[in-house]
Ligand binder design. Sequence first.
Ligand SMILES: [Zn+2]
Length: 285
Amino acid sequence: MPELPEVEVICRGLVPNLVGRTITAAIFSHQKMRLPLPAQQLSAWITGRKIKAVRRVAKFIVLDMDSSACLVVHLGMTGRLNFFPAGTAPAKHDHARWLLDNGLELRFHDTRRFGSIQVLAPGENPAEVFGELGPDPFRPEFNADYLAGQARGRALPVKNLLMDNRVVTGIGNIYASEILHVSGVNPATPAGHLSLQQWQKIVTNSRLILKAAIACGGTTISDYVNSRGEKGYFQTRLQVYGREGEACPICQKPIKKVRLGGRASYYCPGCQPEPDERKIVKKRR
Ligand SMILES: [Zn+2]
């Protein structure tokens, strides 16, 4: 599943072929997707309109139209947005094809159909489309005080808190594991037990890791590719994710795997001591 860096890379790749272009026609497969296609809104606000900007909101790809409406695409698990020369035969899972005035078609391809296509109409409350979202990790509102406030009194493992879109958007399973490793925080630590100093490390490392991943074109674990069909290569720089039994690049101890909230979590027992062990270490000092 694409996380924040992959969606950011896709957005940036779409800009050159989309900004300033007009959508001249749209063709939909009418296969059932996670959300019903807003056919009326698409024809009222999107088709025949010019694209002013392409941007990322959380893990949504947003096309700002000159109608003041937004076309909002979520890639779900397997969604892709790619360009094809107009008139090229569509593939089986091409659910939407937007024809552009530059001779290209933007296609939304999604084999598992967990993705979605929505329209944010002018004046409509963004929460209707995006849901309740926490701050983006690159926003100043994402800071140690904010996180400590969100975590106060909560026994939820810190990794699950970081993966909650209502707390912070776009950090998924891969990057949560990496951020906590570099921050020296065990993923199972109850969120309410972290110090302000630890939250500060998590904030700083979130930005560093996500930025580095964007610069590498994202992480390609299974089938992620950008809008030009290219794979990311941040997977070669992952320090713990998917590396069970391998030596930690920092302390050489073997990486462990645990399940937290139903998701595989990777950590280094040397760099990220178990929450209880840390208390014992403190006592010894
Ligand atoms: Zn280590």
